[in-house]
Ligand binder design. Structure first.
Ligand code: DQA
Length: 144
């Protein structure tokens, strides 16, 4: 099955960017980790700093088995991403490397969360692996 993993603004800099908060693992390492843990999945990885491009990739995920996304700072204010997610009916998981609840006040609000099935925050790269298990095996327990 095809699973789409979208990382948004500033996440291409993972590994170098504030490692005390986001860790030293690069996005490439996270993606390679998913590929080797779930070799039968047809992974589609994409990172962009352009919001419109991110939204288009959400549209294009409509027929995938699942969508895992970390929208970075867009999480906190992008109604466009919220609305794009609402169009989909596939399992969707929002992932944050850091525990956004223990940081600045403005990071506590996600405008994306009401349009996804599950949220993971504070587990670092492991959050993507948990999200993968959910979309592949766990999403049918379903408390929408
Ligand atoms: C983040 C948290 C956001 O608040 C921040 O803007 C990011 C990364 C995370 O993965 O912890 O860019 O989404």
């Amino acid at each position: 099955s095809r699973v789409v993993v979208l990382n948004g603004v500033n996440l291409g800099l993972l590994g170098d960017r504030r490692p005390e908060i986001y860790g030293g693992t690069t996005l490439k390492e996270i993606e390679d980790g998913l590929r080797s843990e779930f070799p039968d999945v047809e992974w589609e990885f994409f990172q962009t700093d352009l919001e419109g491009e991110f939204v288009r990739r959400i549209h294009a995920a409509a027929d995938a088995a699942g969508l895992i996304l970390n929208p970075g700072a867009w999480t906190h204010y992008s109604y466009a991403i919220h609305d794009a997610l609402e169009i989909l009916s596939i399992p969707r998981v929002e992932v944050h490397l850091s525990n956004v609840y223990r940081r600045e006040e403005w990071r506590r609000r996600s405008v994306i969360s009401p349009a996804v099935d599950a949220v993971v925050a504070g587990m670092g790269p492991f959050g993507y692996r948990v999200a993968a298990r959910y979309v592949l095996f766990g999403s049918r327990w379903d408390l929408r």
